[in-house]
Design a protein around this ligand. Sequence first.
Ligand code: ZN
Length: 208
Amino acid sequence: MSDSAPPGPALLDHLLGQNRRWAAEREASDPGYFDRLSHQQSPEYLWIGCSDSRVPANVITGLDPGEVFVHRNIANVVHGADINCLSVLQFAVENLKVRHVIICGHYGCGGIKAAVEGATGLLDYWLHPVRRLAREQRDVLDVVADESHRLDRLCELNVALQVETLARTPIIEAAWARGQELRIHGWCYDLKDGLIRNLECGRAGPRD
Ligand code: ZN
């Protein structure tokens, strides 16, 4: 094999080894765990967060497998025509009957930064709603002198926007119309201290 050959599967053996240890420990501490979990999942939460590897939903909320249904994309954006995100939302609301939908952004988000500083190709298209938001909220953002704080403010505004976008989807509107109990929450995670901040921009029903 030459030096430039791509890494082989053997290099991932440590991941499979860690998986075997995790499964054995889990079963030892809770016999029948996997058998029970394989028959059903009934999470109360749908998490829509950023793809950033430092913001794993289960880990930062202390939730076990089976407890949170997850959709992640760059900068936690809900596009009205994204059949991936909307299919996840439909399944979570109509089949799993989650009671909470959490939009969780994070400070220091590279996607938010790219939206402002410019991106290319598909990423440019994907981040369009964030760039438009930054334009619309220029007055709010311009008073924040520090650039990283300004981007963090945009992270928060983006979460609030996505909460509103979610609330206007036919899936959520229909759930509320039939009286299904469903709350949307807007949160932001801080990479620097590991804490989640509730942005108090959630919704529990349609606007009057
Ligand atoms: Zn991010």
